[in-house]
Write a protein that binds this ligand. Structure first.
Ligand SMILES: C[S@@+](CC[C@H](N)C(=O)[O-])C[C@H]1O[C@@H](n2cnc3c(N)ncnc32)[C@H](O)[C@@H]1O
Length: 248
């Protein structure tokens, strides 16, 4: 969760992948007690709103019971912003991906309290979800808000915003779909700008960093950064409708 970058992750096992290659994960799974409300929400609402990870493409119509623009949030933390977006935009089908059980429980609790019908959750590594479950050219938007900054140089390899993952995200956007990143860690913001600008399918909606869209809710991690005096950067890119120079 939001203090993950402070953890010492080098003992974390890497992912076994088809073909034998190993991948460094962008998170460290930590234990931690669940609150009783989170536990209850997991038990009662989990079966209705948490989707199983599967090797095949997600059947959105079956999962949401309708057809609507599809938006994915990667690493929703405790789900404050996810719930706010779902409530403000009932016309979208929002899929939140998070690995930490407490965060999943917290979002489920909000889903129950606010009666949110347009959110589903996947508790799994977002990289694998995008590889296996999100079909090419199907998403209206991707939110990647305050991914773990991994400030230490030897941990930079764990950052999510790298050319290969951004290429994967871009390939999953429909033409005109957007990728919205935000961070309060200036060196990571510079890396994001360089990587996103280098992805041939993406076009920047701004000249450099974007103004913060009024509709983006303040996230929990962001509030912590602001309290520390950090400057927040938003980046909003769209998938161009021109043919890509390379295919997914
Ligand atoms: C720094 S926190 C930010 C949480 C939230 N977006 C916010 O702004 O408050 C990053 C979150 O991303 C999650 N995360 C990191 N890598 C992930 C991955 N590969 N798949 C799913 N979640 C991931 C972490 O568990 C953590 O909760």
């Amino acid at each position: 969760m939001d203090d993950a970058p402070e953890a010492e992750p080098d003992a974390e096992p890497v992912t076994g992948r088809p073909g034998g290659a190993a991948r460094v994960r962008s998170y460290v799974l930590r234990g931690g007690r669940l609150g009783s409300g989170q536990r209850r929400a997991l038990d009662e609402l989990g079966p209705h709103f948490v989707l199983p990870f599967s090797g095949g493409p997600l059947d959105w119509a079956a999962a949401y019971g309708r057809s609507a623009p599809r938006v994915v949030e990667i690493g929703f933390g405790m789900g404050d912003a996810t719930a706010a977006v779902a409530a403000a935009q009932p016309g979208i089908d929002l899929l939140g991906i998070e690995v930490h059980e407490a965060g999943v429980g917290a979002l489920l609790r909000r889903i129950g309290e606010q009666g949110l019908a347009n959110v589903r959750i996947l508790r799994h590594d977002a990289v694998e979800v995008f590889e296996r479950m999100i079909a090419p050219s199907t998403l209206a938007g991707v939110h990647l808000w305050f991914p773990d900054p991994w400030p230490k140089k030897r941990h930079h390899k764990r950052r999510l915003v790298q050319p290969a993952f951004v290429a994967l995200l871009a390939s999953r956007l429909e033409p005109g779909g957007y990728l919205h990143c935000a961070t309060d860690w200036e060196p990571y913001a510079e890396q994001m700008l360089e990587v996103l600008a280098g992805e041939p399918r993406l076009v920047n909606t701004a000249a450099g960093f974007a103004p913060r869209p009024a509709w983006r809710p303040l996230t929990r991690f962001e509030q912590r950064g602001l309290a520390l005096g950090h400057h927040v950067r938003d980046l909003v890119f769209t998938r161009s409708s021109a043919p890509a120079r390379c295919t997914p």
